[in-house]
Ligand binder design. Structure first.
Ligand SMILES: [Zn+2]
Length: 473
């Protein structure tokens, strides 16, 4: 039994049958206790650190940066070479600004140099192999501390507390997990340790969604933990059917995908609760979320070192200006990520939150790899997917939709028809969306049975097959 809990990321790793076995014996113990001492210690820390004053934050960041830079320099061939070439000695890091003397790295750098980036043998039992979805075409593989999840979960659950979540409360989870049907054909699995009810987000037919909602209504005061797209699919279904959302859902926690403001508005209205989004990634470099009142992203300053850089590599500190998210992780001490360009972009808001007072960097409008989110007009210009989001009932009878584009100026709109879908819907979509596109892109509507999600089950809104290199503008 002890061994099962020695890996603190057991909620990812432990096979379901084992969880059920553990749970049947341990269900009487509080979830917090089962999550382990490391989780509880990190959570105590995060609960306190989120209120630190700027000086305390800078002091801590400097300490952690020195630690990780020293480790990287002394233990890895790659960083030793990189630092020497830059004339940089980690012992001389006197202020946070000094980190700018180092070059940034990216996904390609890690892929090309991975074997020279290990600080210790990756065959150790406390090291895990990890990879990211790579929806842009190039998956990233690396290694990371096996106990990372207890740290991340401490920060995440502390973020969720801002909208009333408490560890041990039931959670209805629709997040790309493969869930097999139970004896009654319901795609549902239960983890009694975490009190998580998992439903299959790959099976969002009207019939299944009706069953999920009916089941969720029976699990008591709970939170929905979803991909933003799953929340939107559920919300559209509820609207289409004209039914009520379960009243026991206290809040929606949305992660892993970009959040479109229109989806947030719709979900909050339909479920009558907060739609709370968090930003994070598998590399565990940057983590942020909203607060008690604001939906802007508050970056945790003690989770990793965050930078927002403009295209020339200079820090973005002007409100409203966009930059690329660059992170230096404090958690991964197996393969350090130092000044890693995530490819994600965001708009800078402020160095603190006016509403809650936390001295965290505030960003908004986080965007992933751009090629997934834009359509290309005949003249090579980009039309953002967000601008095509419909604020009305255009897609009411559609379960899922996605643009596929191979030729600038032309697209195919794949739609998965829902209940009541007919030719009128096709005409309505053509008319309403066509009005927005204004002839810059012509599109055909193709009803399909299903739309493939990314390898991690995330929705892709634009299956963009035009490479950016092909666009001359
Ligand atoms: Zn705030």
């Amino acid at each position: 039994m002890k061994k099962a809990f020695s890996k603190k990321n057991l909620w990812d790793k432990t096979p379901h049958f084992l969880k059920a076995t553990i749970g049947s014996g341990l269900g009487i113990f509080p979830t917090e206790w089962l999550l382990g001492e490391k989780f509880r210690k990190n959570r105590r820390f995060a609960r306190e650190s989120q209120w630190w004053k700027p000086e305390r934050i800078r002091e801590y960041q400097l300490l952690k940066l020195r630690e990780i830079l020293k480790l990287a320099y002394e233990k890895t061939r790659f960083y030793h070479r990189l630092f020497d070439d830059a004339g940089f000695n980690p012992g001389n890091l006197n202020s946070l600004d000094d980190i700018k003397k180092l070059p940034t790295i990216n996904k390609q750098t890690v892929t090309d140099n991975l074997e020279d980036m290990f600080t210790r043998p990756v065959t150790d039992s406390n090291v895990d192999f990890a990879s990211t979805g790579g929806t842009s075409g190039m998956p990233l593989h690396f290694y990371i501390n096996a106990d990372r999840s207890s740290v991340e979960y401490a920060y995440l659950s502390t973020s969720w507390e801002r909208i009333g979540y408490k560890v041990g409360m039931p959670m209805a989870v629709l997040r790309g997990r493969i869930v097999k049907p139970d004896g009654n054909g319901l795609y549902h699995e239960y983890d009694p340790v975490l009190k998580h009810h998992y439903y299959s987000s790959f099976h969002l037919s009207d019939e299944n969604m009706a069953r999920y909602l009916k089941h969720i209504a029976t699990i008591g005061q709970c939170f929905l933990h979803v991909y933003p797209s799953s929340a939107a699919t559920l919300a559209r279904f509820i609207l289409r059917r004209g039914i009520q959302a379960p009243k026991n859902i206290m809040g929606i926690i949305a992660e892993s995908e970009i959040v479109y403001p229109e989806q947030r508005r719709m979900a909050e209205e339909v479920f009558n609760c907060r739609f709370f989004s968090c930003y994070g990634h598998s590399e565990k470099l940057v983590l942020g979320s909203g607060c008690e009142k604001s939906n802007d992203c508050h970056i945790w300053p003690d989770y990793g070192y965050f930078e927002l850089l403009d295209k020339d590599g200079n820090p973005v500190r002007t409100s409203g200006q966009q930059g690329e998210i660059v992170g230096t992780g404090f958690i991964n001490t197996v393969v350090p990520f130092i000044r890693y360009r995530t490819g994600d972009r965001a708009v800078y808001v402020d160095d603190h939150c006016e509403v809650c007072g936390r001295a965290h960097t505030i960003i908004r409008d986080i965007r992933g790899h751009r090629t997934q989110e834009v359509l290309i007009a005949a003249d090579g210009s980009e039309i953002s997917w967000t601008s095509l989001n419909m604020h009305d009932d255009t897609f009411i009878h559609v379960r899922q939709f996605q643009f596929m584009q191979e030729i600038p100026g032309q697209a195919i709109l794949r739609v998965v028809p829902g209940e009541g879908f007919n030719d009128k819907d096709i005409a309505q979509i053509q008319r309403n969306l066509g009005a927005k596109l204004d002839g810059r892109i012509t599109f055909q509507i193709a009803p399909v049975e299903a739309i493939a999600l990314s390898a991690r089950g995330k929705a892709i809104y634009v299956d963009q097959r035009i490479s950016r290199d092909d666009i001359v503008s």
